[in-house]
Design a protein around this ligand. Structure first.
Ligand code: PMP
Length: 425
């Protein structure tokens, strides 16, 4: 038995499924998850001492590479001065200012400890600020695990959702309207029907939780116009895309300005942080100024804030995003070429430091299209890559992440492995 197997068996006795977040369990690809013992730059090592090129990047945060010496030093320096105070610190203001400076749509921002908290709070704020009840989300977009967001489309054209999790009463999701990503007509119809009671639209402006799906031309602009017309708030959930798709996230790439933005992952540099922010007049509704309650014992944690600040500083250095995007593009172009040579139906796409791999013949634009992928081929590919020391996301429906430390040699090594993996399909 390998050490990974041993640890997984043991973990499953004390932790449900052996993991603290379900996708880590390898359920959709089968096999034993790798228990990670250390990480450095673009590499991770498992409990058996095997080294992998890492395309998980902790699901997004590890954008400057794992254990970046400057980030580690910032964490060490902060830790020496105390781990948490429950009282304000200068660092929190510095991180808020750093976010505001980089994302012009954000005039004020509050720090929390996860993406789930950020989206949950932003939606409460949108409801509190507008005095309205209903929200619109899109099928296949993930915004964390708050009750009213664990919902899929029901039947019918204008659908109120059905819970996707046991333990969520239907009453808790009855104000969530679930529509198809990239279907602007459906959004327009929803506003025609319920416009007076729609508090907000929440959207991953580039979806990274149903593999990678980009907005169709005009989609985000259309959402902006409808929200403005009907007095609803537009929330960009940039937990994944923030400081990852580009220096100003998708709002910078698209030129569409949301009312509120949620962030996490990169802004914590690998430590637990989330944030929600936006228009100052909307943010004024948050306690203690306003009537919308929101709080957190560890919010703005000094160690996390230090990691986030240092990470944002590194991201601001000349050429960071050009290099990141170029490396990611080399990876997806190389994979597409290798697949073609092997006669495997496959395509790939990227934006900034994130990518999508699709075992289908065209780049998907909707949840329905991406669902129509060859998951069996993905499984074979995933395991062939893993065997050769390349760790991809263990699901055909997740985006992948590149760091600044994925240099040409690492990409070349990945593509050599891919050549063999495609041949195995
Ligand atoms: N929103 C998006 C777009 C996400 O990708 C995620 C996590 N993958 C979340 C929200 C939830 O964040 P967390 O896991 O930190 O709660």
């Amino acid at each position: 038995m390998s050490r990974n197997e041993e640890l997984f068996t043991r973990a499953a006795k004390s932790i449900p499924g052996g993991v603290n977040s379900p996708v880590r369990a390898f359920r959709s690809v089968g096999g034993t998850p790798r228990f990670i013992s250390k990480a450095r730059d673009a590499h991770i090592w498992d409990a058996d001492g095997k080294q992998y090129i890492d395309y998980l990047g902790s699901w997004g945060p590890a954008i400057v590479g794992h254990a970046h010496p400057e980030v580690v030093k910032a964490v060490q320096d902060a830790a020496v001065n105390g781990l948490s105070f429950g009282a304000p610190t200068e660092g929190e203001t510095l991180l808020a200012e750093a976010i505001i400076k980089r994302l012009p749509s954000i005039e004020q921002v509050r720090l929390v400890s996860s993406g789930t908290e950020a989206t949950m709070s932003a939606i409460r704020l949108a409801r509190g600020a507008t005095g309205r009840t209903k929200i619109i989300k899109f099928e296949g977009c993930y915004h964390g695990h708050a009750d009213s967001l664990l919902v899929k489309a029901g039947s019918g054209l204008l659908t109120f959702g059905n819970p996707t999790s046991a333990g969520v009463p239907p009453e808790f999701v009855k104000h969530t309207i679930v529509l198809d990503f990239n279907d602007l007509d459906a959004v327009s119809n929803a506003f025609k029907e319920y416009g007076d009671d729609i508090a907000c639209i929440i959207v991953e402006p580039i979806a990274g939780n149903m593999n990678l799906i980009k907005p169709a031309p005009g989609f985000l602009q259309g959402l902006r116009e409808l929200c403005t017309q009907y007095g609803a708030l537009l929330i960009f959930d940039e937990v994944m895309t923030g400081f990852r798709a580009g220096p100003q996230g998708v709002q910078g790439l698209s030129g569409v300005t949301p009312d509120l933005t949620t962030l996490a992952k990169v802004i914590g540099g690998g430590m637990p942080v989330g944030a929600f922010g936006g228009r100052a007049d909307v943010m004024q509704h948050i306690a203690p100024l306003g009537a919308v309650y929101q709080a957190g014992t560890l919010s703005g944690n000094p160690v996390s804030v230090a990691a986030g600040l240092t990470t944002l500083d590194i991201l601001g250095r000349p050429g960071f995003y050009e290099h990141l995007a170029a490396q990611t593009k080399k990876l997806v172009d190389g994979l597409s070429e290798r697949a073609k040579a092997a006669g495997v139906t496959f395509c790939a796409d990227s934006v900034g430091g994130m990518f999508g791999l699709y075992f289908r013949d065209s780049i998907p634009t909707s949840f329905a299209e991406v669902s129509d992928s060859n998951t069996e081929a993905f499984k074979v590919f995933f395991h062939a890559m893993l065997d050769q020391g390349v760790h991809l996301a263990p699901s055909a429906f997740e985006a992948g992440f590149v760091s600044a430390k994925h240099d040409d040699a690492i990409i070349a090594q990945t593509l050599d492995a891919a050549e063999k993996a495609f041949a195995a399909i």
